[in-house]
Design a protein around this ligand. Structure first.
Ligand code: HEM
Length: 384
């Protein structure tokens, strides 16, 4: 039978039966300390502002501490089989899904390495051969863990590449269809304008239907614009960008039911950024429209802004149902939608615009109910 990826990885780092034995012995010595190690691990993450922002809040940290203890149990007790590999891939994908930068993994793994090596050094101080074997085995298994985590990031990158190739093939087709649709839509709009001025429009039912046609033409135009924006990057302007002003301007295009409150905190105190106010307005409009639709007739949409030394962070939260696990992974993919109206270009466009400003956007589950988007924008974008 062909060698599996995990078998190949184990062969590559030379992980064998002796290492398994050493890890099982270490498990007996170290297991009481797992909860304390888990505390040290998350204290370290919480001290770093970038890493901390990947976490949704204290209750999530509480849960993660427990899962890390289980993770260490399995790390040292095995069995190190295909099921182990698949479980570790699932955990890796969780980090990919929350867009956790890969480099945080190395520092985090090092905490575990240091803590477990400390136990090895203390417990085997009189037994140099066992000490050496345990350190070797631990080094190998933690390298395997890192390899699996990086493998899941690579998987994601390859999937993204495949998607962007698919998109570029369809892009040209979509572009020309989009252009071709503009003309008939333009004709409908003009005819509608003329009809609205005719006696026909005084008939109540006819007027209602003319109104409906108008709404649908606007919607169709919006879809065409989004499609065209998606396939050809509009050049990015570089000018002073006041997010509070862009936000106020975006609010004028978003219609929310009366019992839905939309507010922003901390925007006015932000320094000016460099960027494209028109495109950033679209970011706010798309996010707000999604949030308002998710909230329904009653609820809250809140944007909280804060400035770090190099970046501005914006967190948009709503009290809607949130995004299910299944959708979360694909939420920024084009044509991914859960709405009856809409073709799934809103969030991909938002992501594209934020990234072209040198920033990032991620979905992070909100404590309790609702959706939470975290946007980060540098003061000075470095990308062209
Ligand atoms: C050696 C490194 C790491 C290990 C072994 C590890 C372990 C785990 C495990 C076992 C889970 C699954 C939890 C569950 O089953 O619900 C998980 C999820 C998670 N980890 Fe890590 N982690 C590592 C690094 C990090 C770092 C550096 C961060 C943040 C800075 C982080 C943030 C998270 C978050 C937010 C989740 C939950 C994701 C979700 O619910 O979708 N992890 N991690």
């Amino acid at each position: 039978m062909a060698e599996t990826l995990f078998e190949e990885l184990k062969r590559y780092v030379g992980f064998g039966a002796d290492d398994e034995q050493s890890l099982r012995s270490l498990h007996e010595l170290a297991r009481q300390e797992f909860p304390a190690i888990s505390e040290v691990f998350y204290d370290h993450i919480l001290q770093h502002e970038g890493a901390r922002s990947a976490l949704a809040g204290e209750s999530q940290v509480g849960h993660l501490k427990v899962t890390l203890v289980a993770w260490m149990e399995q790390l040292l007790r095995g069995p190190w089989d295909e099921e182990y590999f698949l479980l570790r891939c699932r955990i890796g994908r969780m980090h990919v899904r929350i867009s956790l930068p890969q480099h945080y993994m190395f520092g985090a793994m090092n905490i575990l390495r240091q803590e477990l090596n400390r136990i090895i050094d203390q417990r085997y101080v009189q037994q140099p051969a066992r000490l050496f074997a345990a350190r070797m085995a631990l080094g190998k298994i933690l390298d395997l863990e890192l390899a699996i985590m990086l493998h899941t990031y690579r998987e994601d990158l390859l999937a993204q590449q495949a998607r962007s190739e698919r998109l570029s093939t369809f892009g040209q087709l979509v572009g020309s269809i989009g252009h071709e649709l503009r003309n008939p839509l333009g004709v409908i709009e003009t005819s509608l304008f003329i009809l609205k001025g005719r006696p026909l429009a005084t008939d109540e039912r006819a007027a209602k239907h003319l109104g409906r046609i108008g709404e649908q033409v606007t919607l169709a135009n919006r879809i065409v614009t989004d499609l065209l924006d998606m396939i050809r990057d509009r050049p990015l302007k570089r000018e002073p960008l006041r997010l509070d002003e862009v936000w106020k301007d975006a609010l004028t295009s978003v219609h929310a039911p009366e019992a839905v409150s939309i507010r922003a905190e901390g925007l006015e105190g932000l320094p000016s950024l460099q960027g494209d106010p028109g495109q950033m307005r679209q970011v706010f409009v798309n996010l707000l429209e999604n949030a308002v639709q998710a909230v329904g007739e009653k609820g809250e949409v809140v944007l909280s802004a804060s400035a770090g030394p190099e970046k501005v962070e914006l967190v948009l939260e709503d009290t809607g149902p949130g995004v299910s696990d299944a959708i979360r992974r694909r939420i920024f993919e084009p044509l991914m939608t859960t709405k009856a109206r809409g073709i799934g270009l809103g969030l991909p466009l938002v992501k594209r615009i934020i990234e072209r400003h040198g920033g990032s956007i991620a979905y992070a589950p909100r404590e309790g109910r609702g959706a939470r988007f975290v946007l980060r924008l540098p003061f000075q974008p470095s990308t062209p």
